[in-house]
Design a protein around this ligand. Structure first.
Ligand code: PXL
Length: 433
């Protein structure tokens, strides 16, 4: 996938086009860049801005558009009216998703757009936006309205949508209990997406967020999925922010493959399910997602610890690591050998109530009996391979569920299988209660 970032150059690489190239590379996309302005800045202060001429701007855009198949465009810093109009002329006929990040001021106080260009920004750039991602402050400036209540936020978003953006995401709204919320206005729906807040001042998180949005949308994710994905990506980049210069920290997402991102998202969704602690077995839960054609459990991503229950709370203990899961990954590997489309699995506490729901949901189910396990299998410690092999021996189609009822000193268990973590979650939601 090729993504184009149109924006300003930041020599500290914390924000601007340098930051977007990093983000696109971290996500496995190829990053192209068109520079609108050169800034002199570092992690402590913001120096000069020199916008480029419209000739070189046009030439840069033509150069990339005539050579590459571009899947999505992000527009960041545009600085002045001449740049705004040139971008509009060049992009108005494009039929690919465009994310507009209306940057106005840098964290270190730099002016990223001339005041007198804001009206042209609204007139020419906002109508290009498939999605626009102002933070609360930027949304207030664009609409000249103070966002002092939830009601006002919605009004502001509607106002920005009227300017011509198809979808509006207002980020960074302070919620209760250390939460930070995004308000999303799509064509026909509106909702809030909440996430944990990290209290650190950093350079880059806004750029990380909008770059992750264009990545997700170009991958054909829905707006809701793209927001969840970008929030998670930006959260991680803030959490891993590093003090590289003498001033504020620079965000750092670290390389994350799609397997990692999809599994993290599903783990987050899983732990948020109401009363999910009731489904965590004594030996705890792991959630696994495999690479294509796994050769061993080392090709399978799982949690190095487990998803554990602490009272009624469910916590992810450990990190996502290849080879991080032993039991669930071994079961998945056996199923994948026979049914190569199956790449994800999770284990749940065995409960009769769950089994009856599985039956009602008409999921394809198989089981094995650990009391029938041959002695040599027990001695070799290959109970799971044996069990799963036994359970799927007669199956013609992939199983949704495999369970066993335990044995002396062995906890009974249910494992849910699917093609992706998302499909595993979908099945799981039908059978818990
Ligand atoms: O984060 C917004 C931003 C975008 N583009 C450039 C910047 C900044 C913030 O500093 O410098 C070039």
């Amino acid at each position: 996938m090729n993504l184009l970032s149109i924006g300003g150059s930041d020599p500290s690489s914390g924000a601007g086009i340098q930051s977007d190239v990093k983000t696109f590379a971290e996500l496995g996309a190829y990053g192209l860049t068109v520079i609108t302005a050169i800034t002199g800045q570092n992690t402590s202060s913001f120096g000069m801005v020199e916008p480029v001429s419209k000739e070189i701007l046009k030439n840069q855009i033509e150069s990339v558009l005539t050579d590459f198949k571009i899947d999505g465009v992000k527009i960041g810093m545009v600085y002045n009216s001449e740049i705004i109009k040139t971008i509009y002329q060049q992009l108005r006929r494009l039929k690919i998703p465009i994310v507009v990040d209306p940057v106005i001021k840098s964290t270190t106080g730099g002016i990223l757009i001339e005041n007198k260009a804001i009206e042209d920004f609204k007139k020419y750039i906002i109508p290009l936006a498939t999605v626009i991602t102002p933070n609360k402050f930027e949304a207030e400036i664009l609409t000249k309205t103070k966002a002092d209540s939830k009601n006002k936020i919605e009004k502001i978003a509607k106002n920005i949508q009227k300017m011509g953006a198809a979808n509006v995401i207002i980020t960074g709204i302070e919620g209760k209990n250390q939460k930070i919320e995004d308000f999303i206005l799509e064509e026909k729906t509106k909702y809030l997406v909440s996430g944990d807040k990290i209290n650190n001042i950093n350079h880059g998180s806004g750029c990380n967020y909008s770059a992750a949005i264009i990545f997700a949308i170009s991958k054909k994710k829905s707006i809701r999925e793209a927001v969840k994905f970008a929030k998670e990506f930006a959260y991680n980049s803030i959490k891993n922010a590093k003090k590289i210069g003498k001033g504020i920290k620079i965000t750092d997402a670290g390389i994350k493959d799609m397997i990692n991102l999809e599994l993290s998202e599903s783990i987050n969704d899983f732990i948020k399910i109401e009363n999910i602690y009731k489904n965590i077995p004594e030996c705890q839960t792991n959630f696994v997602y495999s690479k294509q054609n796994p050769k061993s459990t080392k090709d399978m991503l799982g949690i190095s610890g487990r998803i554990v229950k602490a009272g009624k709370e469910v916590i992810v203990a450990g990190n996502l690591t290849y080879g991080g899961s032993k039991h669930v990954a071994t079961a998945l590997l056996e199923v994948n050998k026979k049914f190569p489309t199956i790449h994800s699995a999770i284990n749940l506490k065995y409960q009769d109530s769950t089994i009856s729901k599985i039956k009602k949901a008409k999921l394809s189910t198989s089981y094995y009996d650990r009391t029938e396990e041959p002695k040599d299998v027990k001695n070799k410690g290959s109970s799971i391979e044996w069990g799963i092999k036994t359970a799927i021996k007669k199956l013609k189609d992939p199983p949704d569920i495999i369970f066993h009822k335990g044995d002396f000193g062995k906890e009974p268990m249910i494992i849910v299988f699917g093609e992706t973590p998302k499909s595993v979650l979908k099945k799981l939601l039908k059978i818990i209660g």
